[in-house]
Design a protein. Structure first.
Length: 311
């Protein structure tokens, strides 16, 4: 679907070098923040206490969060679980305080406002489980990257596979760099957002690569730069409609979703914006620098081994 069409080809590749320099600088800055400050991992990765409480009616999550924050634990996660009456509270490890002592303090703070709140369960999540979650998350990220490379190498050509992976890793590292620089909490939901961005970003790259292959067949006398510029210009309408509608939905989660969805939506917002940028100025530019040609995508017709062609 296209609500508008750009008639004049935009020379994207003319400015690719400038944007690539900016990309390298942003990438290096993200790596520096990750190396110096690291990620601010949530309780799910570092370990802590999980407390489940139940209310006789729908719980006011904001009131629960205020009561728990008053205890001074710092990074506390509060969210509904299953129904609006059940609430999960995740507390970080602190000193020599046991899970039983933490849950007792939490219940006193909650019952000061509402005597009807009930304690359902208390669980201790050890650091070992957190390390396993981190390792499994890293493996999931690795498998996604390898799978994308295999898919693109089979569908297009290895140069496009390398270009897409460079662009995707560019997006992922920059997202992680933002979280390290501002010390935003990195949780399992944020990890899910990062994996979603990988798939979302590669989809945009595939659309552009498809159009490049199509243009190589149609524009036989055009140079590679002209083919790529035409392909990107031809997909601009789709990009604006698709990413714009997706971003509206993500922004609604960011603004109205509350603390539970905030960092998830924030990671998606950063990923979508940089995904558009990297598909145009990173993936296409890297493919160009790797020397992609018409022969890589459009195979020449097979010869008849000296036999005369049939009329």
């Amino acid at each position: 679907m296209e609500f508008f069409r750009i008639r004049r080809v935009i020379p994207f590749m003319r400015h690719a070098t400038k944007f690539n320099v900016a990309s390298v600088l942003m990438f290096l800055a993200a790596v520096v923040f990750l190396a110096l400050r690291g990620l601010h991992l949530s309780v799910e990765f570092t370990g802590g206490t999980v407390v489940e409480v139940a209310y006789p009616q729908a719980a006011e999550v904001s009131h629960v969060r205020t009561a728990v924050d008053s205890l001074g634990y710092g990074d506390v996660q509060v969210q509904t679980f299953g129904t609006s009456r059940d609430v999960i509270i995740r507390l970080p490890l602190r000193g020599n305080e046991t899970s039983a002592q933490q849950s007792e303090r939490v219940m006193k703070a909650l019952q000061a406002d509402n005597k009807t709140v009930e304690l359902r369960r208390v669980e201790f999540v050890g650091p070992q489980i957190g390390r396993e979650l981190a390792e499994n998350g890293a493996l999931a990220l690795l498998f996604v990257v390898v799978g994308i490379m295999i898919y693109l190498a089979l569908r297009f050509e290895w140069k496009f596979a390398v270009a897409a992976i460079v662009a995707n890793l560019h997006d992922v590292v920059i997202i992680l760099g933002f979280f390290a620089a501002f010390q935003w909490e990195f949780s399992l939901s944020v990890l899910a957002a990062v994996l979603a961005v990988l798939g979302y970003s590669v989809n945009e790259s595939v659309v552009i690569f498809d159009r490049i292959r199509e243009n190589f067949r149609k524009m036989r006398r055009a140079s590679t730069v002209e083919v790529i510029d035409s392909a990107i210009t031809g997909t601009i309408s789709r990009t604006i409609i698709t990413h714009g509608s997706t971003q509206i939905m993500v922004l609604s989660m960011l603004i109205f979703g509350g603390p539970t969805l905030y960092y998830f939506a924030l990671a998606l917002t950063i990923g979508i914006l940089f995904g558009i940028y990297s598909s145009v100025f990173v993936a296409a530019a890297v493919a160009l620098r790797l020397g992609v040609t018409r022969e890589d995508l459009v195979k020449p017709p097979k010869k008849n081994d000296g036999q005369p062609e049939l009329p």
